[in-house]
Design a protein around this ligand. Structure first.
Ligand code: ZN
Length: 453
């Protein structure tokens, strides 16, 4: 998930990050190099005219990207496919080491020596597990989210500042993950037959809670959030919000340039803490039309209850995941539990085996998770076009996103690896919308497309 380096989830470990991205933020992100334009620079054939053609206009927008930039962003994004595999294999290796060397049962024994109270034993085991796992996967983490980001010119951060963010992320994982693990272990011990259902329900309740507190308590640990000062743009954004029934009285700005050069915005929060945030890179690098188009997209997430939908989706996925987990844990322990000195499912030392099963299922279901998110993003794009009416602003932003996300992938590649629609898909949708609304751009033109357009 290296392409989501702008989001607060990026500072969390591999396992937590995927869940965080689904639940906490629905970002639209990119990167670029030029200063804020006054208006989108529309290619000649993409301007409103009687000969406007959706395909030609889409191609013309894509052709504005220099070949060298396209090659670089393709290389960055395709490298991400391999990182998915390396992340998975690296975590598998660490879990196997913990089980086979006996570190796992020794960590449990250490926790039992410190206290006889079982919930505290679970919490202490989690601390040992999370710290050791983070240390062992650190070489890959530092390559993936520090050196590689610098190599492609995507990061603004010094090593010290990046490392500080990692430590804050780890602290959050230690505390929140420790609470979650302690609760799940308590459920497993008390309800040995039906624990997987209860654990899935508790998991979703827990994530909903984290999604609720994140904008207020977690994200500000990494970045500074301020209210956007009064301006014509802010008044336009709030007007767009009112027109779409969003009770927003404020828009937040985040200093994302502290970490990266990417433009982004997101809607985060749940049950009363929802907020729309745009980052300083977006404000500094995009035309007002492009910013309004992004805001229309983010409001789409809000109006269509995408965070709630993501939580319901997580409930289904967790129920399936915990069902598989229970089945595979019982078999795994029968096969080698004695050798690993794991006493049963209620023993904390079983965690590396559980993690092994969970990451395998997550890895294999990556296309499902990506497709769920991508479908929501496409819905938000369509909502945004209707709300903001800025197809050229949309195309401007889509090209900025294309600086780190492959612009023109094959259909299967997009279905498997893309958690947002590709640049081509998004620009095509924007030009299709424009073709049906040409009169907004030139009153002499008809507002319903002609055959062949
Ligand atoms: Zn989005």
């Amino acid at each position: 998930m290296a392409q989501e380096a702008q989001s607060p989830c990026y500072h969390m470990g591999h396992g937590m990050r995927a869940i965080c991205l689904i639940l906490l933020v629905l970002p639209l992100a990119g990167r670029g190099v030029h200063a804020s334009p006054a208006a989108p620079v529309v290619p000649a054939v993409a301007r409103a005219s009687p000969h406007f053609n959706v395909e030609t206009a889409t191609d013309a927008w894509l052709a504005t990207v220099p070949a060298a930039s396209k090659t670089r962003s393709d290389a960055y994004f395709e490298g991400g496919y391999w990182l998915l595999l390396w992340d998975f294999l690296c975590t598998v290796l660490v879990m196997v080491i913990l089980l086979e060397t006996g570190w796992s049962w020794r960590m449990r024994a250490a926790a039992e020596r410190i206290t006889r109270w079982r919930p505290l034993q679970s919490f202490l085991y989690w601390i040992e597990f999370a710290v050791i796992t983070s240390v062992l996967t650190f070489p890959l983490t530092v390559y993936e989210s520090f050196f590689r980001e610098h190599q492609y010119g995507l990061s603004n951060q010094s090593f010290g500042s990046w490392f500080r963010d990692q430590l804050i992320g780890l602290t959050i994982v230690l505390i929140l993950g420790g609470i979650a693990f302690t609760i799940v272990m308590g459920i497993v011990r008390r309800l040995p037959r039906s624990w997987h259902w209860w654990a899935a329900a508790c998991g979703v309740a827990f994530f909903a809670f984290v999604a609720m507190i994140a904008p207020v308590f977690l994200f500000p640990l990494f970045n500074k959030y301020t209210r956007l000062p009064d301006s014509t743009l802010k008044r336009e954004i709030l007007s767009l919000a009112r027109a779409n029934g969003i009770p927003a009285t404020d828009v937040y700005e985040v200093n994302a340039s502290r970490q990266s050069k990417r433009v982004s915005a997101n809607v985060s929060g749940f049950l009363g803490t929802e907020r729309i945030t745009l980052n300083d890179n977006l404000l500094n690098r995009c035309s007002p039309q492009a910013i309004l188009s992004v805001m229309g997209h983010e409001m789409g997430h809000y109006v269509m209850h995408h965070i709630l939908n993501a939580i319901l989706f997580a409930l289904i996925m967790l129920a399936i995941l915990f069902g598989i987990l229970r089945w595979a844990l019982e078999r795994g322990l029968r096969w080698r539990g004695e050798h690993w000195q794991v006493r049963g499912i209620g023993d904390t030392a079983v965690l590396p085996l559980a993690a092994l099963i969970v990451i395998t299922v997550s890895f294999l279901t990556t296309p499902i998770g990506n497709s769920f998110t991508r479908m929501q993003e496409y819905e938000a794009d369509i909502f945004g076009l209707n709300a903001a009416r800025q197809p050229d602003g949309e195309a401007e932003v889509d090209l900025l996103l294309g600086e780190y996300r492959k612009l023109n992938p094959g259909p299967l590649e997009e279905a498997v690896f893309f958690d947002h629609p590709s640049g081509r898909t998004r620009i095509y949708a924007a030009m299709r919308w424009k073709a049906e609304n040409l009169c907004l751009f030139d009153p002499k033109l008809a507002c319903i497309s002609q055959p062949g357009r």
